[in-house]
Design a protein around this ligand. Structure first.
Ligand code: NG1
Ligand code: ZN
Length: 548
């Protein structure tokens, strides 16, 4: 059997590539102005089909979203059979495919992949797809459906759901009726699985105060309300803010996890009352952060690092109570993790920790190497993985005391509560809520573990961000030449100073991160480094110069 060139060309001619744009499959798939993505999304449909055939007809996911980015942006990424990010070796195919200039070239690239991957075209490809609430979503979804039709895919449309829900559905479909069955691949199945695990873990404890959720005016708003309906218990007492998914121009604007983390202040539409509890999702609900105001009204952020230390501590203690001593809990972070969180994990919790490159696929792979791997980006994207040897060790344990029985049961229930396929704001929220309820903790009590070093994240727009090359988990610049020496010499001027520069994988810009012992030093360091990047590496627009 060979590719149906006539059918592919007919569909492909409907979705020509914009001639002036070059697309790259980056940290989170393709991401750019939504209107320019039609040809790319169409082609991703066909790539998903081939990927499915290369995996003997397993379901591949396609998610159309641009997460926390501007409403006019959009994006598309492929999801592998166990709900994980697309295997890296296929990213190159995606980029080549997206940049094929003509329909003839598209067919050539498809034929090349078929040959390289020895794909059996007689296998029926299966794809599950969904989108977020962006206005360009329906147009892109129609293009995707053409791509799926071009290769006669057996397709399941999940409509408007969160990114992690789609990852969950893919994993469920591919594990159905097996010993690794993950759950029912429907919204109701998702809500039932996570809701029931949550209730199992908290029942009998004191009910918490209300949790206010900023849903970034995105897909998390309707979905978390459905989750609350399914749970239907005072243990999940929520009020959703920034839930307007209908009005244009509101998605992620002055709200959502990225806004809260970057600006270190509460979102619009939420007035913080001391004693109350708040969290923010991002636009596709794969990130979550908590925050509160103290009695002086000062804002305090509990970011991904705080979540990962809370979760790692809880798991470490349960493993120890359960008496599964050789079961090791580890933590994976990126260079954006606050320096004090890393010291806390190493010196106080005494848990192993490693740094991965930015982007959850890199953290995920590191976490897979640990028995129980907790991974979070500081921006609130992360989850927990139990590797097969952890599962085997848990199965083998023979608890002798009621405390051990309880701890083992809790570990199993936690595994059901966690979306292991990818970071998930709703599942992570239930995990944090569980731990807080079980410990009887307020947000300030959780926050006591360690104090963040002041940090600052800046963005510098340059003429060509591709000249930036890094090494050492993206903390050291190899190119442009000599710029790293400048960064190093600036860092030494500030007590506890740390700074690094890397090109963004989701925006055409360079990111500068700095931290230091005081807010003033931190800002001076951040702006000096950003200024050096601007001066020495082709800065465009306004020079970053707020403090210097
Ligand atoms: P880039 O644009 O590559 O920095 C951002 C985040 C990542 C990750 C991706 C995907 C920071 C500094 N970077 O990547 O952590 O979440 O978006 O959404 O937060
Ligand atoms: Zn997101």
């Amino acid at each position: 059997m060979s590719l149906n060139v006539e059918q592919i060309s007919k569909y492909s001619d409907k979705h020509p590539k914009p001639s002036s744009t070059t697309f790259t499959y980056g940290t989170a798939g393709f991401r750019t102005i939504g209107e320019t993505l039609e040809s790319t999304v169409f082609r991703c449909g066909m790539l998903a089909a081939l990927r499915s055939q290369s995996k003997q007809g397993k379901v591949i996911g396609v998610m159309v979203t641009a997460s926390h980015n501007r409403e006019e942006d959009n994006g598309v990424k492929l999801v592998d059979p166990m709900g994980e990010m697309l295997q890296q070796s296929w990213e190159g195919y995606c980029t080549t495919m997206a940049n094929a200039a003509t329909s003839e070239e598209v067919v050539e690239v498809l034929a090349h992949i078929v040959q390289e991957e020895r794909i059996d075209l007689t296998i029926k490809p299966r794809v599950a797809y969904a989108r977020d609430t962006r206005p360009s979503g329906p147009l892109l979804q129609a293009a995707l459906e053409d791509g799926l039709s071009a290769l006669d895919v057996d397709a399941s449309n999940y409509g408007v759901v969160t990114t992690p829900q789609l990852h969950y559905f893919v994993r469920c479909m591919n594990t159905e009726n097996s010993s690794a069955a993950y759950g029912e691949p429907t919204e109701a199945g998702y809500n039932a699985k996570y809701g029931q695990a949550f209730l199992r873990l908290v029942s009998g404890k004191q009910t918490p105060t209300k949790l206010y959720i900023d849903a970034a005016n995105g897909v998390g708003a309707p979905q978390v309300l459905k989750l609350a309906d399914a749970i239907n218990s005072p243990y999940f007492n929520i009020e959703v803010r920034n839930s307007d998914t209908q009005t244009l121009g509101k998605l992620n604007v002055d709200c959502g996890a990225d806004h809260v983390k970057s600006n270190q202040r509460p979102p619009a539409g939420v007035t913080l009352v001391p004693g109350s509890r708040y969290c923010s999702f991002d636009g596709d609900a794969d990130r979550i952060l908590y925050y509160y105001a103290d009695e002086h009204g000062t804002f305090h952020l509990l970011d991904g690092d705080k979540i990962s230390t809370l979760v790692a501590t809880y798991l470490r203690d349960l493993v120890s109570t359960a008496g599964v001593d050789d079961l090791q809990v580890g933590v994976v972070q990126t260079a954006y993790a606050n320096g004090n969180s890393t010291s806390y994990i190493k010196d106080t919790l005494k848990l192993p920790t490693v740094f991965a490159k930015t982007g959850v696929k890199h953290l995920h792979h590191e976490a897979e190497k640990m028995n129980i791997g907790v991974y979070f980006e500081a921006n609130g994207h992360g989850t927990v993985l139990f590797n097969p040897s952890a599962v085997a060790k848990l199965r083998a344990v023979e608890p002798a005391t009621p405390a051990q029985v309880d701890a083992v049961e809790r570990l199993w229930a936690l595994r059901d509560l966690i979306n292991e396929s990818v970071g998930d704001a709703m599942s992570d929220m239930l995990l944090v809520e569980t731990i807080l309820i079980c410990k009887g903790w307020t947000l300030p009590q959780w926050d006591e573990a360690y104090t963040d070093l002041p940090s600052r994240l800046l963005k510098v727009v340059v003429n060509d961000s591709t000249i930036f090359k890094t090494t050492n988990a993206e903390q050291t610049l190899m190119s442009p030449p000599l710029l790293q020496d400048v960064v190093d010499s600036l860092v030494t001027k500030f007590p506890r100073g740390r700074a690094f520069v890397r090109p963004s994988g989701t925006e055409d810009a360079v990111r500068v991160y700095a931290e230091a012992a005081t807010r003033r030093d931190c800002d001076q360091l951040a702006y000096s480094v950003a200024g050096a990047v601007f001066d020495k590496a082709g800065g465009r627009g306004e020079r970053p110069s707020e403090f210097i």
